[in-house]
Structures are given as C-alpha cells and as structure tokens.
Design a protein around this ligand. Sequence first.
Ligand code: GTP
Ligand code: MG
Length: 360
Amino acid sequence: TLIANGIMASINQQVDFDTAAIVLEELGYEARSETEAAQEEAEARRVEEMTKKWEQIYAGEKSEDLKPRSPVVTILGHVDHGKTTLLDNIRHTHVAEGEAGGITQAIGAYRAKHNDRYITFLDTPGHEAFTAMRARGAQGADIAILVVAADDGVMPTTREALNHARAANVPIVVAITKVDKQNASPERVKQQLSELELVPDDWDGDTLMVPVAALQGEGIDDLLEAVLLVADDNDFVANPKGTPKGIVIEAQVDKFRGTLATLLVLNGTLKVGDSIIAGTSHGRIKAMYDEFGNNIKEAGPSVPVSVLGLDEPPQPGDRFERLKNDKEARAIADERKLEKESVASQPAPALTLEDIFSQF
Ligand code: GTP
Ligand code: MG
C-alpha cells in the first residue's frame, strides 16, 4: 500500500503516524496514537466508575422510570482564584463581597439557569484547611469546574482539587479566571495543566478550557455552554417519583429553629412531612427552604434544599433517605449510633512482632 502511494519503503523502515494512519485506513482500520488510546481507556474507566456510583443511588428504581435531571457542578480550585466571584456572576449575586476575610468557609449550593436549563452549583472553599470539604464537594457532583487563575497558575490546591475530581470520577471543565489581569497568561495555565495530563481540546486533548473574566462577565456564557455540552455527553438521570435520597451538604443548629440541614436531592422528590434518616440523625421535615430562604413544599432531583426537623446536625457528606415514618427512621438511627459507639470503644488490636516487621 505504501508503494502504491508513492512511498518506496522497505520492510524495516519507520513511517510517521500520519502515513501509517493513511495506510491503515486503506486497509479498513482506524489508527489511534498511544496517547489517544490511553485517553480513551481512561475515559471509559471513568464512565464505568461513575456509573457504579450512581447505580447505588438509583438502586431499586426501574430503568424506564429514570428521567434526565439537571447537572450538579462542583467548583474547585486554589484559594482566591475566583470561584465565588464566578458563581456570583452566573447568579447575579454578591456572595463573595459578604464573606469574612473574602474567604469561603463552607459549601454553598445554588441553582442557575442557562438557555432554559438548570444547573446546580456547589461552591467549595479554596483555603488549604478545607481539604475534606473539597473532597465531599467533588463526590456529590456530576461535573467539576477546576478554577485556575491566569495570573497565578497551577498551585498546590489546584493539584489537590484535580485529584479529588479524579477520585470522584467526574468529568472536568477548566475555567481559566482573571484573564483581564495585566500579568495573565492563559497559555501558561494550559501548559501547566497539560503536565498534569489535563490537555486542552485545542491542543488535541479532551478537556474544555474556557478563559473568563468574571468581574467583567466575559466568557461566562462559553463556560456554561461547555458545562452543558459535557452534561449532554453523560446521562444524568433520576426517578422523580422514586424514593427520595441524596447527600448532606452542610448542617448547623439554629438557635431559634433547631437543626437546619442543607440537602442535595439526587433521587425522588423530597416533601414537607417526609421522615428521613441522614447518617445518625433522623426526623420529620417540618419546613423546607430554597437557596433564597423562600418556603417551598417539595424538591426534586438535583435541587438543593434546607430542611428543619432533624434531631441533630448530620455530617456533611452523609447520605440521606426517606423512610416510611419517623419510628422507622429513629430505629435505624439508634442502631447506627450503637454501632458507632461500639467501634469507638473497642480497644485497638495489640501489635504483634509480625505486624511490626511487615511494615518494613
Ligand atoms: P476562596 O473561596 O477563599 O478559595 O476564594 P475564591 O476562589 O472564591 O475567590 P473569590 O471569588 O473570593 O475572589 C478572590 C479575589 O479575586 C477577589 O478580590 C475578587 O474580586 C478577585 N477576582 C475574582 N475574579 C476575578 C477576575 O475575573 N478578574 C479580576 N481582576 N479579579 C477577580
Ligand atoms: Mg470562594
């Protein structure tokens, strides 16, 4: 085939990839470079792992009952790289300005609309002290936006956040922020991310990287388009009529109203009056509020909601689920508490010499 194409090659001669690809095509095969093949395999593994994660949540639902739901997007990145400002611009709010020291210290859950489609956002802190919150934020999401400031580049928490997103098997979209700054260098960010095997699509990789200037509102639409493109490539589904289930985003005790827990519904529709268990907490939902504090009666898949009625604050990251009634919820909560106590009170197993030597 080479000779027929005018290349007088001998049997031992090396040909370049493009030539080999032409020959293979003529012979009825498709050529893939090793990097392409590795990328495709990694992507296939990611999809498989993510599917396993969702199957736990939809266990018991019939596949014909599963309907598309809006994507849940976690915003991750190094401290001060512009995560909250980005979200403020998307939602037309001013959360960043009101934060103590300009630093995010809890996970916030919000919804925004783009082209008539909802997207749920989880804002996470970038300060190095909040590793666990970033990990939980990534676990609860469908997609991660990795925020990297164009003037600062890849920093330690950028790498940590990338690892959380990879551990959670979620697809990643990169927002290169602060491109309006004098010393901004989006190209350097792309170079640094490529070294971490996150290769931009305009460099033949498969990661969408969108430059934004959040204070000016530039690039925001492109970023949301990119998120929706990735969402369309994945099937995010739930049964809105199934068993209400999801995860705890955060929880605190309100002096006047009792335990206020922010939940993200991932399946079913949670309603006022439902009895739920969340980790070792339980209770009947007395009231529900949306992100603006408005009273609501129910919340479907991908909707974040604050609820009153749990006996004590559950842990962020705990799974919650609706049960038949509060009696059942209390029984399971008591069982879990006992289990926890017995694990905590067990003496640590004595070390044998073998244990010690096995460490070397
Ligand atoms: P943590 O949550 O504490 O990790 O910070 P963050 O990533 O949420 O950063 P935040 O949005 O609070 O922004 C940090 C600082 O960067 C603020 O002073 C913002 O005004 C500024 N900033 C954010 N986005 C931009 C941008 O696009 N351009 C410029 N010039 N400044 C920005
Ligand atoms: Mg923030």
